[in-house]
Design a protein around this ligand. Sequence first.
Ligand code: AMP
Ligand code: MG
Length: 399
Amino acid sequence: MMEYEEALRNILKNTSPLPAEKISVEDCIGRILREDIYSTVEMPPFEKAAMDGYAVYAQDVKNAPTNLRCIGLIQAGDMFKKKLNRAECVKIMTGAPLPAGAESVVMVEDTSRRGDSILVSKTVKKGENVCFKGEDLKRNQRVLIKGTALSPAHVAVLAAVGRRFVRVAGKPQVAILNTGGEIVPAGFKLGKNRIYNSNGPMLQALLKSDNIEPFFLGIAKDNIRELRSAIEGGLKNDVLLVSGGVSMGDYDLVPEVLASLGVRKIFHKVNVKPGKPLFLGIKDKTLVFGVPGNPVSNFLSYLIFIRPALYKMLGYLYCKPEFKEGVIERKFDTKTGRKHFVLAKITKKESQYLLMPMASHGSADIIALSKADGFMIVEKGCSTLKKNAKIKFITWKTI
Ligand code: AMP
Ligand code: MG
Protein backbone atom coordinates (compact mmCIF):
# COMPACT_ATOMS: atom_id res chain seq x y z
CA MET A 1 0.00 0.00 0.00
CA MET A 2 1.21 3.49 -0.85
CA GLU A 3 2.27 5.95 1.85
CA TYR A 4 0.72 9.40 1.89
CA GLU A 5 3.76 11.22 0.47
CA GLU A 6 4.03 8.85 -2.46
CA ALA A 7 0.31 9.11 -3.17
CA LEU A 8 0.56 12.91 -3.19
CA ARG A 9 3.58 12.74 -5.51
CA ASN A 10 1.56 10.54 -7.86
CA ILE A 11 -1.38 12.92 -7.78
CA LEU A 12 0.78 15.92 -8.63
CA LYS A 13 2.72 14.01 -11.28
CA ASN A 14 -0.52 13.27 -13.09
CA THR A 15 -1.82 16.84 -12.90
CA SER A 16 -0.78 19.92 -14.86
CA PRO A 17 -1.79 23.56 -14.89
CA LEU A 18 -4.69 24.09 -17.28
CA PRO A 19 -4.17 26.23 -20.39
CA ALA A 20 -4.37 29.94 -19.67
CA GLU A 21 -7.45 31.95 -20.54
CA LYS A 22 -8.16 35.64 -20.97
CA ILE A 23 -10.79 37.00 -18.60
CA SER A 24 -11.99 40.42 -17.58
CA VAL A 25 -10.20 42.07 -14.69
CA GLU A 26 -13.41 42.30 -12.65
CA ASP A 27 -13.67 38.50 -12.62
CA CYS A 28 -10.10 37.63 -11.75
CA ILE A 29 -10.27 37.40 -7.94
CA GLY A 30 -8.65 34.21 -6.68
CA ARG A 31 -7.30 33.32 -10.11
CA ILE A 32 -3.62 32.74 -10.81
CA LEU A 33 -1.91 35.20 -13.09
CA ARG A 34 -0.24 33.59 -16.12
CA GLU A 35 1.60 36.64 -17.41
CA ASP A 36 3.88 39.33 -16.01
CA ILE A 37 2.13 42.69 -15.96
CA TYR A 38 4.08 45.79 -16.97
CA SER A 39 2.85 49.30 -16.47
CA THR A 40 1.93 51.30 -19.53
CA VAL A 41 1.52 54.44 -17.47
CA GLU A 42 3.35 56.57 -14.97
CA MET A 43 1.74 57.03 -11.56
CA PRO A 44 1.00 59.69 -10.82
CA PRO A 45 1.21 60.96 -14.39
CA PHE A 46 1.76 64.56 -13.20
CA GLU A 47 2.77 66.39 -10.04
CA LYS A 48 -0.36 66.58 -7.91
CA ALA A 49 -1.75 67.73 -4.59
CA ALA A 50 -1.93 65.08 -1.87
CA MET A 51 -4.22 67.27 0.27
CA ASP A 52 -6.92 69.86 -0.08
CA GLY A 53 -5.26 73.24 0.58
CA TYR A 54 -3.23 75.95 -1.12
CA ALA A 55 -0.40 75.49 -3.62
CA VAL A 56 2.50 77.74 -2.59
CA TYR A 57 6.19 78.53 -2.92
CA ALA A 58 7.83 76.95 0.14
CA GLN A 59 9.98 80.09 0.64
CA ASP A 60 6.83 82.23 0.92
CA VAL A 61 5.59 80.41 4.02
CA LYS A 62 8.99 79.95 5.65
CA ASN A 63 8.18 82.57 8.26
CA ALA A 64 4.55 81.61 8.86
CA PRO A 65 2.20 82.94 9.99
CA THR A 66 2.16 84.87 6.77
CA ASN A 67 -0.35 86.23 4.24
CA LEU A 68 -0.57 85.16 0.57
CA ARG A 69 -2.88 86.33 -2.19
CA CYS A 70 -5.13 83.64 -3.62
CA ILE A 71 -5.36 83.88 -7.41
CA GLY A 72 -7.68 80.99 -8.22
CA LEU A 73 -8.84 77.42 -7.72
CA ILE A 74 -7.88 74.12 -9.32
CA GLN A 75 -10.05 71.07 -9.01
CA ALA A 76 -9.03 67.50 -9.76
CA GLY A 77 -9.14 66.87 -13.50
CA ASP A 78 -8.46 70.54 -14.34
CA MET A 79 -5.32 72.52 -15.19
CA PHE A 80 -4.36 75.95 -13.89
CA LYS A 81 -3.27 77.98 -16.88
CA LYS A 82 -1.29 80.73 -15.18
CA LYS A 83 2.10 80.49 -13.51
CA LEU A 84 2.17 81.07 -9.78
CA ASN A 85 4.15 84.17 -8.77
CA ARG A 86 5.85 84.74 -5.44
CA ALA A 87 3.55 85.73 -2.55
CA GLU A 88 0.61 84.15 -4.42
CA CYS A 89 -1.21 80.89 -3.80
CA VAL A 90 -3.87 78.83 -5.56
CA LYS A 91 -6.58 76.87 -3.81
CA ILE A 92 -6.10 73.26 -4.82
CA MET A 93 -8.05 70.04 -4.35
CA THR A 94 -6.56 66.59 -3.72
CA GLY A 95 -5.57 64.97 -7.01
CA ALA A 96 -5.39 68.24 -8.98
CA PRO A 97 -2.15 69.06 -10.86
CA LEU A 98 0.12 71.57 -9.17
CA PRO A 99 0.23 74.94 -11.00
CA ALA A 100 3.51 75.85 -12.66
CA GLY A 101 5.93 77.23 -10.10
CA ALA A 102 4.21 75.83 -7.02
CA GLU A 103 6.38 73.66 -4.78
CA SER A 104 4.22 72.59 -1.87
CA VAL A 105 0.66 72.41 -0.59
CA VAL A 106 -0.41 73.93 2.71
CA MET A 107 -3.27 71.96 4.22
CA VAL A 108 -6.54 73.88 4.33
CA GLU A 109 -6.65 73.16 8.07
CA ASP A 110 -3.51 75.32 8.48
CA THR A 111 -5.03 78.38 6.82
CA SER A 112 -7.77 80.93 7.31
CA ARG A 113 -9.28 83.05 4.58
CA ARG A 114 -10.56 86.58 4.27
CA GLY A 115 -11.51 87.41 0.69
CA ASP A 116 -8.44 86.74 -1.47
CA SER A 117 -6.12 86.97 1.49
CA ILE A 118 -5.00 83.64 2.92
CA LEU A 119 -3.37 83.52 6.31
CA VAL A 120 -1.01 80.52 6.39
CA SER A 121 -0.34 79.54 9.98
CA LYS A 122 2.21 76.75 9.40
CA THR A 123 5.35 76.40 7.32
CA VAL A 124 5.70 73.59 4.79
CA LYS A 125 8.84 72.04 3.38
CA LYS A 126 9.53 72.03 -0.33
CA GLY A 127 7.52 69.15 -1.82
CA GLU A 128 5.33 68.70 1.24
CA ASN A 129 1.82 67.34 0.50
CA VAL A 130 2.79 66.84 -3.13
CA CYS A 131 2.82 63.55 -5.04
CA PHE A 132 5.62 63.53 -7.61
CA LYS A 133 5.32 62.39 -11.18
CA GLY A 134 6.14 58.70 -11.42
CA GLU A 135 6.81 58.27 -7.69
CA ASP A 136 4.46 55.26 -7.38
CA LEU A 137 5.03 53.68 -10.72
CA LYS A 138 7.35 54.12 -13.70
CA ARG A 139 6.39 53.28 -17.25
CA ASN A 140 7.42 49.68 -18.19
CA GLN A 141 7.89 48.76 -14.55
CA ARG A 142 6.80 45.19 -13.73
CA VAL A 143 3.88 45.53 -11.35
CA LEU A 144 2.68 41.91 -10.99
CA ILE A 145 4.50 38.61 -11.41
CA LYS A 146 3.23 35.52 -13.19
CA GLY A 147 1.95 33.07 -10.57
CA THR A 148 0.37 35.71 -8.32
CA ALA A 149 -2.92 34.69 -6.71
CA LEU A 150 -5.01 37.73 -7.58
CA SER A 151 -6.61 39.70 -4.75
CA PRO A 152 -8.73 42.87 -4.74
CA ALA A 153 -5.58 45.00 -4.34
CA HIS A 154 -4.14 43.36 -7.46
CA VAL A 155 -7.34 44.25 -9.30
CA ALA A 156 -6.64 47.87 -8.40
CA VAL A 157 -3.13 47.56 -9.86
CA LEU A 158 -4.42 45.98 -13.07
CA ALA A 159 -7.08 48.65 -13.42
CA ALA A 160 -4.62 51.46 -12.63
CA VAL A 161 -2.36 50.40 -15.49
CA GLY A 162 -5.38 50.38 -17.78
CA ARG A 163 -5.96 46.64 -18.14
CA ARG A 164 -9.44 45.35 -18.90
CA PHE A 165 -8.42 41.75 -19.54
CA VAL A 166 -5.83 39.49 -18.00
CA ARG A 167 -4.41 36.02 -18.69
CA VAL A 168 -4.99 33.57 -15.85
CA ALA A 169 -4.71 29.81 -15.43
CA GLY A 170 -7.85 27.97 -16.49
CA LYS A 171 -10.31 26.61 -13.96
CA PRO A 172 -10.93 22.89 -13.83
CA GLN A 173 -14.42 21.57 -14.44
CA VAL A 174 -15.10 19.32 -11.51
CA ALA A 175 -18.00 16.87 -11.33
CA ILE A 176 -19.23 15.13 -8.20
CA LEU A 177 -21.05 11.82 -8.07
CA ASN A 178 -22.37 10.39 -4.84
CA THR A 179 -23.00 6.68 -4.62
CA GLY A 180 -24.97 4.44 -2.32
CA GLY A 181 -28.47 2.99 -2.21
CA GLU A 182 -28.89 4.46 1.27
CA ILE A 183 -28.17 8.07 0.23
CA VAL A 184 -31.11 10.44 -0.17
CA PRO A 185 -30.94 14.13 -1.14
CA ALA A 186 -32.22 16.73 1.33
CA GLY A 187 -35.79 17.70 0.50
CA PHE A 188 -36.89 14.10 0.06
CA LYS A 189 -38.56 11.86 2.60
CA LEU A 190 -36.01 9.83 4.49
CA GLY A 191 -37.17 6.23 4.13
CA LYS A 192 -36.16 3.39 6.37
CA ASN A 193 -32.42 2.63 6.46
CA ARG A 194 -31.61 5.77 4.55
CA ILE A 195 -29.43 8.77 5.35
CA TYR A 196 -29.26 12.22 3.85
CA ASN A 197 -26.51 13.07 1.41
CA SER A 198 -24.03 15.15 3.35
CA ASN A 199 -20.94 14.45 1.25
CA GLY A 200 -22.41 15.92 -1.93
CA PRO A 201 -23.20 19.34 -0.49
CA MET A 202 -19.96 19.30 1.54
CA LEU A 203 -17.78 18.59 -1.50
CA GLN A 204 -19.63 21.26 -3.46
CA ALA A 205 -19.02 23.73 -0.64
CA LEU A 206 -15.32 22.82 -0.52
CA LEU A 207 -15.00 23.38 -4.27
CA LYS A 208 -16.79 26.71 -4.02
CA SER A 209 -14.44 27.72 -1.22
CA ASP A 210 -11.65 27.13 -3.76
CA ASN A 211 -13.40 29.31 -6.34
CA ILE A 212 -14.51 26.32 -8.46
CA GLU A 213 -18.11 25.94 -9.61
CA PRO A 214 -18.95 22.25 -9.11
CA PHE A 215 -21.06 20.17 -11.44
CA PHE A 216 -23.25 17.82 -9.43
CA LEU A 217 -24.11 14.54 -11.11
CA GLY A 218 -26.51 13.33 -8.42
CA ILE A 219 -26.61 10.07 -6.51
CA ALA A 220 -26.13 6.66 -8.13
CA LYS A 221 -27.24 3.41 -6.54
CA ASP A 222 -24.65 0.67 -6.07
CA ASN A 223 -25.35 -1.21 -9.26
CA ILE A 224 -23.18 -1.44 -12.35
CA ARG A 225 -25.74 0.03 -14.73
CA GLU A 226 -26.45 3.19 -12.76
CA LEU A 227 -22.82 3.73 -11.83
CA ARG A 228 -21.69 3.23 -15.41
CA SER A 229 -24.02 5.73 -16.95
CA ALA A 230 -23.37 8.38 -14.28
CA ILE A 231 -19.59 7.92 -14.38
CA GLU A 232 -19.53 7.94 -18.17
CA GLY A 233 -21.09 11.41 -18.11
CA GLY A 234 -18.68 12.52 -15.39
CA LEU A 235 -15.64 11.56 -17.46
CA LYS A 236 -16.23 14.59 -19.69
CA ASN A 237 -14.82 16.85 -16.96
CA ASP A 238 -11.27 17.69 -15.91
CA VAL A 239 -11.82 16.06 -12.54
CA LEU A 240 -14.41 13.54 -11.43
CA LEU A 241 -14.99 12.94 -7.74
CA VAL A 242 -16.89 9.73 -7.05
CA SER A 243 -17.78 9.59 -3.41
CA GLY A 244 -18.44 6.20 -1.79
CA GLY A 245 -18.24 2.70 -3.20
CA VAL A 246 -14.46 2.36 -3.23
CA SER A 247 -13.98 0.18 -0.13
CA MET A 248 -13.97 -3.59 0.22
CA GLY A 249 -17.71 -4.23 0.50
CA ASP A 250 -19.60 -6.45 -1.93
CA TYR A 251 -21.31 -3.39 -3.37
CA ASP A 252 -18.25 -1.18 -3.62
CA LEU A 253 -18.32 -1.35 -7.38
CA VAL A 254 -16.74 1.95 -8.36
CA PRO A 255 -13.18 0.71 -9.16
CA GLU A 256 -14.60 -2.08 -11.31
CA VAL A 257 -16.90 0.28 -13.20
CA LEU A 258 -14.08 2.80 -13.70
CA ALA A 259 -11.86 0.05 -15.13
CA SER A 260 -14.63 -1.06 -17.51
CA LEU A 261 -14.86 2.52 -18.79
CA GLY A 262 -11.14 2.66 -19.53
CA VAL A 263 -10.00 4.59 -16.47
CA ARG A 264 -6.40 3.61 -15.74
CA LYS A 265 -5.78 2.99 -12.04
CA ILE A 266 -2.84 4.90 -10.60
CA PHE A 267 -3.37 3.71 -7.06
CA HIS A 268 -6.05 2.30 -4.84
CA LYS A 269 -5.57 2.58 -1.07
CA VAL A 270 -3.25 4.84 0.84
CA ASN A 271 -1.77 4.06 4.26
CA VAL A 272 -3.73 6.75 6.09
CA LYS A 273 -6.56 6.80 8.62
CA PRO A 274 -9.25 7.75 7.81
CA GLY A 275 -9.49 7.60 4.04
CA LYS A 276 -7.53 4.44 3.30
CA PRO A 277 -9.64 3.24 0.31
CA LEU A 278 -8.85 6.35 -1.77
CA PHE A 279 -8.65 5.57 -5.50
CA LEU A 280 -6.89 7.59 -8.17
CA GLY A 281 -7.30 6.93 -11.86
CA ILE A 282 -6.92 8.75 -15.13
CA LYS A 283 -8.64 8.63 -18.51
CA ASP A 284 -7.44 10.97 -21.26
CA LYS A 285 -7.42 14.36 -19.57
CA THR A 286 -9.76 13.38 -16.73
CA LEU A 287 -8.43 12.75 -13.25
CA VAL A 288 -10.74 10.51 -11.24
CA PHE A 289 -10.77 10.34 -7.47
CA GLY A 290 -12.71 7.56 -5.77
CA VAL A 291 -13.29 9.08 -2.37
CA PRO A 292 -14.19 6.96 0.68
CA GLY A 293 -17.79 7.69 1.64
CA ASN A 294 -17.49 8.35 5.33
CA PRO A 295 -17.94 12.10 5.69
CA VAL A 296 -14.77 12.77 7.69
CA SER A 297 -12.76 10.67 5.19
CA ASN A 298 -14.39 12.63 2.38
CA PHE A 299 -13.42 15.92 3.98
CA LEU A 300 -9.85 14.87 4.79
CA SER A 301 -9.39 13.43 1.29
CA TYR A 302 -10.33 16.80 -0.15
CA LEU A 303 -7.81 18.61 2.04
CA ILE A 304 -4.81 16.37 1.53
CA PHE A 305 -5.35 14.74 -1.88
CA ILE A 306 -7.94 16.51 -4.04
CA ARG A 307 -7.20 20.15 -3.26
CA PRO A 308 -3.49 19.84 -4.13
CA ALA A 309 -4.46 18.48 -7.57
CA LEU A 310 -6.95 21.30 -8.11
CA TYR A 311 -4.42 23.90 -6.97
CA LYS A 312 -1.93 22.57 -9.47
CA MET A 313 -4.53 22.77 -12.26
CA LEU A 314 -5.44 26.28 -11.12
CA GLY A 315 -1.81 27.26 -11.57
CA TYR A 316 -0.77 27.76 -7.94
CA LEU A 317 3.02 27.77 -7.66
CA TYR A 318 2.75 25.95 -4.35
CA CYS A 319 -0.01 23.39 -4.23
CA LYS A 320 0.90 20.96 -1.47
CA PRO A 321 -1.12 21.03 1.75
CA GLU A 322 0.30 23.21 4.47
CA PHE A 323 1.31 21.21 7.52
CA LYS A 324 2.18 23.28 10.58
CA GLU A 325 3.70 22.22 13.86
CA GLY A 326 2.38 22.52 17.40
CA VAL A 327 2.42 20.62 20.67
CA ILE A 328 -0.15 18.17 21.93
CA GLU A 329 -1.87 19.11 25.19
CA ARG A 330 -2.41 15.62 26.53
CA LYS A 331 -1.02 12.13 26.17
CA PHE A 332 -2.43 10.36 23.13
CA ASP A 333 -2.43 6.69 22.15
CA THR A 334 -3.24 5.17 18.78
CA LYS A 335 -3.10 1.64 17.48
CA THR A 336 -3.57 2.26 13.77
CA GLY A 337 0.00 1.85 12.52
CA ARG A 338 -1.06 4.15 9.65
CA LYS A 339 -0.51 7.87 9.34
CA HIS A 340 -3.41 8.92 11.56
CA PHE A 341 -5.29 12.19 11.10
CA VAL A 342 -7.07 12.99 14.35
CA LEU A 343 -9.65 15.77 14.70
CA ALA A 344 -8.36 18.38 17.11
CA LYS A 345 -9.19 21.69 18.74
CA ILE A 346 -6.37 24.10 18.09
CA THR A 347 -5.45 27.22 20.03
CA LYS A 348 -2.46 29.50 19.96
CA LYS A 349 -0.48 30.60 23.00
CA GLU A 350 2.52 32.89 22.64
CA SER A 351 2.93 31.94 18.97
CA GLN A 352 2.81 28.22 19.77
CA TYR A 353 -0.04 26.05 18.51
CA LEU A 354 -1.65 23.79 21.11
CA LEU A 355 -3.51 20.72 19.92
CA MET A 356 -6.18 18.93 21.88
CA PRO A 357 -7.34 15.69 20.24
CA MET A 358 -11.12 15.48 20.17
CA ALA A 359 -13.37 12.66 21.21
CA SER A 360 -15.07 11.39 18.08
CA HIS A 361 -17.21 8.41 17.11
CA GLY A 362 -15.06 7.82 14.07
CA SER A 363 -15.04 8.89 10.48
CA ALA A 364 -18.80 9.39 10.22
CA ASP A 365 -18.82 11.94 13.05
CA ILE A 366 -19.62 15.17 11.25
CA ILE A 367 -20.58 16.89 14.50
CA ALA A 368 -17.02 16.40 15.74
CA LEU A 369 -15.78 17.59 12.33
CA SER A 370 -17.92 20.71 12.58
CA LYS A 371 -16.43 21.56 15.99
CA ALA A 372 -12.84 20.75 15.08
CA ASP A 373 -10.21 23.24 13.95
CA GLY A 374 -8.01 20.77 12.12
CA PHE A 375 -6.45 17.34 12.01
CA MET A 376 -3.35 16.57 14.04
CA ILE A 377 -1.13 13.97 12.43
CA VAL A 378 0.20 10.98 14.30
CA GLU A 379 2.93 9.54 12.12
CA LYS A 380 2.94 5.91 11.04
CA GLY A 381 4.56 3.66 13.64
CA CYS A 382 4.03 6.11 16.48
CA SER A 383 1.76 4.59 19.12
CA THR A 384 2.09 7.02 22.03
CA LEU A 385 2.51 10.75 22.11
CA LYS A 386 3.52 12.25 25.42
CA LYS A 387 1.93 15.47 26.63
CA ASN A 388 3.74 18.47 25.08
CA ALA A 389 5.23 16.36 22.30
CA LYS A 390 5.67 18.13 18.97
CA ILE A 391 3.05 17.28 16.38
CA LYS A 392 2.16 18.33 12.85
CA PHE A 393 -1.33 19.44 11.91
CA ILE A 394 -3.42 20.80 9.09
CA THR A 395 -6.15 23.35 9.62
CA TRP A 396 -8.87 25.00 7.53
CA LYS A 397 -9.26 27.90 9.93
CA THR A 398 -7.38 31.04 10.85
CA ILE A 399 -6.07 30.41 14.35
P1 AMP B 1 -18.77 3.75 1.38
O1 AMP B 1 -17.50 4.47 1.13
O2 AMP B 1 -19.71 3.79 0.22
O3 AMP B 1 -18.50 2.35 1.86
O4 AMP B 1 -19.51 4.50 2.56
C1 AMP B 1 -18.96 4.54 3.85
C2 AMP B 1 -19.93 5.13 4.81
O5 AMP B 1 -20.17 6.49 4.45
C3 AMP B 1 -21.29 4.45 4.83
O6 AMP B 1 -21.74 4.38 6.16
C4 AMP B 1 -22.16 5.38 4.03
O7 AMP B 1 -23.50 5.30 4.40
C5 AMP B 1 -21.56 6.74 4.32
N1 AMP B 1 -21.79 7.61 3.19
C6 AMP B 1 -21.49 7.32 1.90
N2 AMP B 1 -21.84 8.32 1.09
C7 AMP B 1 -22.38 9.27 1.89
C8 AMP B 1 -22.95 10.55 1.62
N3 AMP B 1 -23.01 11.03 0.39
N4 AMP B 1 -23.38 11.29 2.66
C9 AMP B 1 -23.31 10.78 3.91
N5 AMP B 1 -22.77 9.59 4.21
C10 AMP B 1 -22.33 8.83 3.22
MG1 MG C 1 -21.44 2.92 -0.24
